[in-house]
Write a protein that binds this ligand. Structure first.
Ligand code: MN
Length: 249
């Protein structure tokens, strides 16, 4: 394999790992497959490794799949405009700022070293990749899943958990996110402003996200206008509890 083929292969493998990253249960971006594949010894004269590139996951369902809870137009604009813009702007900031983080997880964990532009946009990339995966068409029951036991244990009851999470979503002033995270083995509910993500070192509310809800107006305004409460109430019917169970440590 000549150098050109080698570089092309490594870049493709790295991009594949980044795209696959958010789908991993432990949310750690993983470049191991690319490294394992690179059997050619490093050439000191090679150009530097291409900079980290963030990417959108493919939307796991059609734009209209979550109707009527989330309408097709909102989903399409949210994915193709808002989320895509975070990716474009995050990658521009990564290039401008000479980011050395080897992967997305390391970038978020050390985001305090970079600009507000990168913090906002890298958060926007990760949060939305995650958000698409907490929702899904199909069975919406948490009954019989280990999630239910965990939530009952942490919050007293499933209904109480929903109440606490809904409260976090409603009380987040302005734009932001509500979260269920796992931290030191415990489940906690909280919220973050703007596109801050609980994986960021700058975040007051930290943990490994299990569930996230976008409460930016762009997530609901076309269909629900100012009625965030109606959006949140409907959103519960989109949650993929099986996916949540898979994330539970
Ligand atoms: Mn959004």
């Amino acid at each position: 394999m000549d150098r050109k083929q080698f570089l092309s292969r490594s870049l493709k493998a790295s991009l594949g790992a980044i795209v696959a990253g958010p789908a991993l249960a432990n949310m750690a971006a993983c470049n191991t497959p690319a490294e394992a594949e690179n059997t050619t010894p490093p050439d000191p004269a090679s150009p530097p490794t291409p900079a980290l590139q963030l990417a959108q996951i493919a939307l796991p369902y059609a734009y209209d799949a979550l109707e009527p809870m989330i309408d097709k137009q909102t989903m399409e604009i949210h994915y193709t405009k808002h989320h895509a813009a975070y990716v474009k702007n995050a990658n521009a900031a990564i290039a401008e700022e000479g980011v050395k983080a080897p992967d997305e997880a390391a970038l978020l964990a050390g985001i305090s070293a970079y600009s507000t532009k990168l913090r906002n946009n890298a958060g926007g990339v990760w949060n939305h990749n995650f958000f698409w995966q907490v929702m899904g068409p199909g069975s919406k029951s948490a009954e019989g899943s280990k999630v239910l036991d965990a939530l009952n244990g942490a919050f007293g009851s499933f209904d109480k958990f929903k109440e606490v999470f809904t409260d976090a979503a409603m009380k987040r002033f302005g734009s932001g996110w509500a979260w269920l995270v796992q931290k030191d083995g415990k489940l906690e509910v909280g919220s973050t402003p703007n596109q801050d993500c609980p994986l960021m070192d700058v975040c007051e509310f930290k943990g490994r996200p299990l569930l996230g809800l976008d409460v930016w107006e762009h997530a609901y305004y076309l269909h629900y206008q100012n009625k965030r409460n109606e959006y949140v109430a409907a959103w519960w019917n989109t949650v993929d509890w099986n996916a949540l169970a898979a994330r539970l440590g």
